[in-house]
Design a protein around this ligand. Structure first.
Ligand code: NAD
Ligand code: ZN
Length: 255
């Protein structure tokens, strides 16, 4: 199954014939929207130091550095638009085929593309909101970005004085239980599992495609570089996410 056409045809058949399709996305689906991933050259890890949750709560410099990084990245994020791969997933939901969309992304582009909040499961949280780490109060992220310079890049909750953090899951922070539960259930339930743009190196997120495989699902992987689980995939694409998803959607519409 080497030629792109054959692989597109096989993937389209699997997706169209699926009873319960689950998609699973990582940073690679959003690079074509201009948002860098973590591990590709020029990605976030080439440019910034990681601040763990423990550092954030215990160290003033870490908090300031973290918010400065988020502020710089926000300019980019604010103008990002969903690309053809995001739009294809929204179309699969409208067609009644896509039942659940588990994402490691924090950029909100799946909702912008038209996927309904009910089926999008954000296992690493979202950059669209900020949260007080003490009382869990939330704000739209724009509100916090607009005051960052005034508060020296260390915003505090006006209700309880706690530190405010983007509502994303940092390294060293516990995964959200409800979302992980939904993701695990979706992986078990799926008969076709479509992974787009993840290096599958971050646990426990990477365990989700493994669960789907062990529950008997056919796996379709779209990722430019190798992952540790490529051998589990029924159909494997190294081409770009938008090119492959556009090809798949066109075939499904024709079938
Ligand atoms: P990753 O950076 O580890 O891996 C991304 C993968 O996508 C790479 O293997 C790369 O080869 C592939 N890729 C890049 N562009 C592609 C394209 N156009 N088509 C096909 N494949 C492409 O990302 P990850 O596995 O999601 O893990 C990183 C973590 O960082 C995630 O947990 C996520 O929360 C966070 N993150 C999110 C965003 C975002 O929201 N857009 C951006 C950066 C990091
Ligand atoms: Zn608070």
């Amino acid at each position: 199954m080497n030629s792109l056409d054959k692989r597109l045809k096989k993937a389209a058949e699997l997706i169209r014939g699926s009873k319960w399709l689950c998609a699973f996305t990582g940073a690679g689906i959003s690079t074509e929207s201009g948002i860098p991933d973590f591990r590709s050259p020029g990605g976030i890890w080439d440019r910034y130091r990681i601040v763990t949750y423990q550092e954030f709560i215990s160290n003033h410099e870490a908090r300031v550095g973290y918010w400065k990084m988020k502020h710089e990245l926000f300019e980019n994020l604010k103008h990002a638009k969903p690309n053809k791969a995001h739009l294809a997933l929204a179309e699969l939901e409208r067609m009644g085929i896509l039942k659940c969309l588990v994402t490691q992304n924090i950029d909100g582009l799946h909702q912008d593309a038209g996927n309904s909040p009910e089926i999008v499961v954000e296992i690493h949280g979202t950059n669209r909101k900020a949260i007080c780490i003490d009382c869990n109060r939330t704000w739209p992220i724009e509100e916090i970005h607009s005051i960052l310079e005034q508060v020296g890049y260390e915003p505090k909750c006006d209700h309880c004085g706690g530190f405010i953090k983007p509502a994303t899951v940092s390294f060293g922070q516990a995964m959200p239980e409800k979302e992980m539960g939904r993701a695990i259930e979706a992986a078990h339930r799926s008969d076709v599992f479509l992974m787009i743009g993840s290096s599958l190196q971050v646990e426990p997120a990477a365990s989700i495609p493994r669960l789907a495989y062990n529950s008997g699902a056919n796996l379709i992987f779209i990722n430019r570089t190798e992952t540790p689980y490529d051998h589990m995939a029924t159909v494997l694409f190294r081409e770009s996410a938008s090119e492959v998803m556009e090809g798949i959607i066109n075939l499904i519409k024709k079938q």
